[in-house]
Write a protein that binds this ligand. Sequence first.
Ligand SMILES: [Mg+2]
Length: 377
Amino acid sequence: MRIAKVDAFHLRARLDRPFGFSQFSYSEREAMLVRLTSTDGRVGWGEAYGPAAVTAAIVREFLGPLVVGRDPRAVESVWDLLYARSIDYGRKGVMLAAISAIDIACWDLKAQDCGSPLYRLLGAEQQDRIECYWTGFYFGGDEPLQVRWEREARDCLDQGFRALKLKVGLGVERDVAIVRAMRGFVGPAVRVAIDANHAYGPQEAIQLARQVEDLGIHWFEEPVSPLAPEQYLQVKQNTRIPVAGGECEYTRFGFEKWFRLGALDYAQPDLCACGGITEGLKIASLATLTAVHVTPHAWGSAVGQAAALHFYAARPRHPSTTVPERKLIECDRSENPFREAIVEEPIRLAAGHWHLPKTSGLGVHVLPETFGPYLVA
Ligand SMILES: [Mg+2]
């Protein structure tokens, strides 16, 4: 099997309800999907995180031609070729996101060729589902935040979720008030994480953490800038709340210093950014050396979500445990038509659990004929 053709699709959809977090706001969602067509007529799909016009151009103009004629099952060789060829001006950011998309598509083809769901090929036992947490509770809109968030929380609980993540980062006092109110609203049995999207410096982050740590917060995500792992350590040493981060980090080379410092309790590489499945596995192996749990950031289309789900299904829980239900994966509930509108059958979400696809490969059947209204020329 060889790669015969590489296509990059830039998709964009206007949102009915714009939303925001501490750093910026969205009025549209984008996706950059890569399709690899093999010489035996199979297709594999991958996705890149970040600005879609840029990653699409990287795939079309630079990386794509390099992989035509290569065996997509040779994931290490393909990855090494793309990384080595781009190392002078890549190593992080959009270049790695573009490599990630090609890598995920290669794994999709490889697993199809093995006739196996990807998570089984990655070494996991047969399983049905993984518990997920509801990512939502964004800012924006005219309604008072607490009214909207309580409605969203009711929806979240009604759908069977028992874990959720609240956005923070608009000021310590305001955050403390809303997090306290929401903990009171959902009750003590629901796992509640908070995510500042690196809005704070270490002093403010520590102030916030200390004022909510009695609420049993599951983790404090991106309290401070990803430029400064030392500041994550500072936060971690000054609160009982576990610290999470890593969605803005790339490759094992980037994550190594976080693990060496002991800056994280939960590492959150995004498979569509960090270097794909191939590199995600290496990051996860590094993380085991210091018993850091890897739970992927996932904010993409059905393709990116499937990649995260297969990857996570094949990871053991660290620190090691025989209690599988302690695993928890992200489930983005913000508006995104690309989770459902472009696939034959969306990944099944029921009672707060993602159900693992049973068909071979990534298990999402992408329908390019649905791209029309979203396609950016
Ligand atoms: Mg986050």
